[in-house]
Design a protein. Structure first.
Lengths: 342, 342, 342, 342
């Protein structure tokens, strides 16, 4: 890390910083510039050391050099990770699509959804049984009953099941029914939950927090990875900005940015990323075009009667049409769109 | 709520919307403007109804009229709530100050901190035993051992204890030691945790998520309140914006805004709100000047040796000086600063 | 517009609001809900009326219903506008590409750039002669000398010229040399400049301000359009958010969102939108995939020696390769990529 | 500046970077860490050099060390600048208040306003004659007629006049009537305007752009200062964030942050900073409490009939009451509130 001293720092201040750097187990390199002195500290970098140095009176700022994540980094594993679980394959040049309703509402609703998304080429079914809702008065999901319906849908269609888990004590239960544990954006830094998912045999779809930085996102993945679960998919679902014409702002540059830093596959959620059904198909195309490893899309047989997220849900017809378009884009960019392995 | 139809909506579309409004148990009022038709729906408003209407093909947008929170609203309880727990009183014209280190690190550290913040006029001690850390490799807190040290500090000083709880299964344990359960910004929408705190006899300090809206903040409080725990304090700790010169951006207008909508007391955290120790005292003054009901401030006997948050921690001396300044500002704006009830 | 009264509003308050609505030339429709009264005001909506009503003591908020822009709206002109100027065609199903260096630096540099981007399929040349620079000490552009070099490049290659104009008094001069006047993001609300460009015979490329809303963006276009210049292209170049891993955050949902509201063509600038050369080609693909009408891309023969924006400039080779990829994506989504009309 | 090389950089890459650093006139210090090599470049730092190095193939990132502004810095002038013009004194421990309507609307309106704000203790009158409006169809100000009315108000009351100038060719005209040229937030990076104001004998109130960083803000001031105009006041008027309950988010930490970096006085605009009249008085208190050198407040004799900004305008009575409160806060923090020098 680089320690920048105040302009007014005297030589004894520089010495004090250099001593502290050494005491922290790093090597200090003092560089006297024309206006400022900086001390470059080499060796292992950690956040606590950064804070220690930044708290010293004559230090103006401390800039880290190394990425704080380890297992998630390309440096730890240069080849892309491909997550395979049941019918779903994502990563390593294969793009898989997860689709289905926001919430599981009834047997008929989830079965209809499952058949429709499978027919259109999705290889996994999404559906919420435990729902994180902004209001305590809103529908909170069918809970275990919903998980059973999802499992029934898998039995019939063969589709892998992706569903959210909200709290550590539910990880085992949800893992009994699901192929992929979804960690929602609001729980991206729920560390006990990350750890519990890190100890589950199920794969994990980790959604980016709505104002999380890339380092925070990768460190959240690191919580899961460091407990031994290697099947982690990162999901960009949009960030919160001043823009109000869309529900969130979907920054697709996340895809190539992360591909240059991590081996984990990147899934795009254009449904939450826009919040508006008509904007979802063009964003599906765009996600594929910049190299996304997967999509997760909300599809509901009857959006106006959806228990949640109707305005951003595609009808089965619209989804089928969008999938055909995505297939063409995938071909154009040399990505294998996996629609056939169920 | 107000349903705005697309310009191209025909009379049968208007009728369909009006019928749906009625089917949802609301009364429809059709208003034909010169360019658009809107349908005003009166009666109970809920998010699911908004989504249902927004999902209809001829609907352009739906605007809610009523606030979605109930128990937290001034309409439910016009008089300000004063939270009293042990030595701490916050709200209802009384401003209390919570201070202490980011993390509990040792008996000596927490005892020194407790004595110092008490001497300066704080009426509660903060200190983290369970620490939510961005990196899995960072110090995660002393856990129950830390809680015991906090309790010992209360025994000696009489200061109420404020400490974070991160997961529902720890609520009982933390509640056994603490007077106030702190729910961190990253857990503001950890609904199972909110519910568990709602069932605890301890008071709750709920921190605003770093990109949460005011409605989301009050609905998170509503999760706690609706489970029966009435002693909720709201804490503004800064939001994430494009600004990088401070760790977060501290929007003090939150104080008067919330005072006009909720009876719950508002506490300001200038330490996380700025991330820089030298900016903390002026922001303490500013918070008091606009009517904050409380402050929560990081104070550490030796910031460069703090296990976490050193750069934003005040020394005991700086804190004592800042408290004197705050007392004068409180007098100027007619707020009672409570520094004497330990 | 919809006027929401405070909960405490009495019947005389409602009458006062209704009277004021009528005095402003609109028709008032009073709707008594169970908790609130709202007054729907139909007729012409303008911002001044909204503010007048919002300033009344018993009014809580006023929500506009109608879009504030007129000439730019699809309602005013349902068919897409195609801007044609010299070799450049953008809009109406045709995607054109503008490319070249950030700044004009020398005859050799601009000629080399022009030949390279033409060879790769661009149909217009960009290059700044008047440069808006954050620091007064930075290179401010070659000014008229730069314009002459651009004109010389057009003479040789036939490429239309796109270059920035920074102040109203330069509009005529820049218009003498350029085919398209670029209005930079920092000048999106420089109203005297917008008006001056509205009176120029040259086409206009209007860049979105880095924190402008969609309504503000379209109203800026409206300033140009309302002065009689119909050849306006809107350019999304990224917005400022908390994200720091890219220079700006590029929200591609702008493309389909604007296509549903305006007839003006939408151009994407992935160079400023990311600030990192390696992220530009995937974002070019993504922009085409979601239906962009054009791209503007920074290309420099020798990025490390560029006078400005080297880190986000593609080399000619990288650009040529990216253009081939874009052509395939355009085919996949049924867009005509215009690379042949020079 | 600090140049961080890619992990894969070989010794010849390091040499190439070091050579380039030397060729740019800086001295290169190579530091080999355990995982990365960095090259510290000492000597004069400029943005062009940063970009050159950042564009090199083996360079991952370049971090500047020195602040890019010069004349505005505390290092150039350690003592605070006090701007004195006519009746207005701001800075150097003296807090002055500028107040008045958003727009000049009529002789009666501006005279009534001037008398009222003077009576309450303001020492300068604000009022817009040239109005930057989001919509081309909105009231654009009374222009020179408005300037004459402002001058008449000064003649009667003795109050210094603060009014906006929007374009370089108007600087002389506005300067003939005004004591202080206001540069609006939307023009903070209108460089030709900054330069023209830098050559005016009038003082300048420079508003921060709604998403400008601190460095950009100070560099905009530097444009004015570097042309010889030393009487520059910086005005924080709120930034654009995801928050929609206020018009902008007002980050008061700007005050102490800037005081630690620049000698220029800092003025707070709580009217635009919140957009809501009821939030203005508490934010006035808060601004004073954290050390603001001045306030600029919108006051209108009849807000619902204001031509612009009614919802955020205080009535004369509310302003008078707020000024009394501010005076007490100023006393509490040891700031001299100047209300008597007219």
């Amino acid at each position: 890390m680089i320690v920048v001293l105040h302009r007014s720092a005297a030589s004894e201040d520089v010495a004090a910083v250099a001593d502290r750097v050494a005491a922290l187990g790093m090597m200090a390199h003092v560089i006297n510039g024309t206006e400022r002195t900086v001390v470059a500290a080499t060796g292992s970098e950690d956040e606590a050391h950064r804070e220690t140095l930044a708290s010293m009176a004559q230090v103006e700022s401390v800039m880290p050099i190394l990425a704080p994540y380890k297992v998630a980094s390309l440096e730890a594993k240069p080849e892309p990770t491909q997550v395979v679980t049941g019918s779903l394959t994502i990563g390593g040049g294969v793009c898989g699509v997860i689709a289905g309703p926001c919430s599981v509402e009834s047997e008929e609703q989830i079965m209809t959804s499952a058949r429709a998304v499978k027919a259109a080429g999705a290889t996994a079914l999404r559906g919420g049984a435990f729902k994180p809702r902004t209001s305590p008065y809103a529908f909170q999901g069918m809970k275990e009953e919903g998980l059973k319906l999802l499992a029934a849908a898998r039995d019939e269609t063969g589709l892998a099941i992706v569903t959210e888990v909200m709290t550590p004590t539910d990880v085992e239960l949800v893992g009994d029914y699901a192929d992929v544990l979804q960690i929602g954006a609001r729980n991206m830094q729920n560390y006990r939950l990350l750890e519990a998912c890190g100890e589950s045999p199920a794969a994990v779809l980790l959604k980016r927090g709505m104002s999380s930085t890339m380092d925070e996102f990768l460190l959240a993945a690191e919580y899961v990875l460091s407990r031994g679960n290697e099947r982690v998919m990162l999901c960009e679902r949009g960030v919160r900005t001043f823009e109000s014409h869309t529900r969130f702002t979907l920054p697709l540059a996340t895809v190539p940015y992360l591909h240059a830093r991590t081996h984990l596959p990147i899934v795009i959620d254009p449904s939450h990323g826009t919040g508006v059904a008509s904007l979802v198909p063009p964003m599906m195309n765009a996600a594929i075009a910049c190299g996304a490893d997967g999509l997760i899309v909300e599809v509901h047989p009857d959006p106006p009667n959806a228990a949640s997220d109707g305005p951003q849900s595609l009808t089965p017809d619209a989804f089928a049409k969008a999938m055909i378009a995505c297939g063409k884009v995938a071909d154009a960019v040399g990505l294998t769109m996996d629609t056939t392995n169920v």
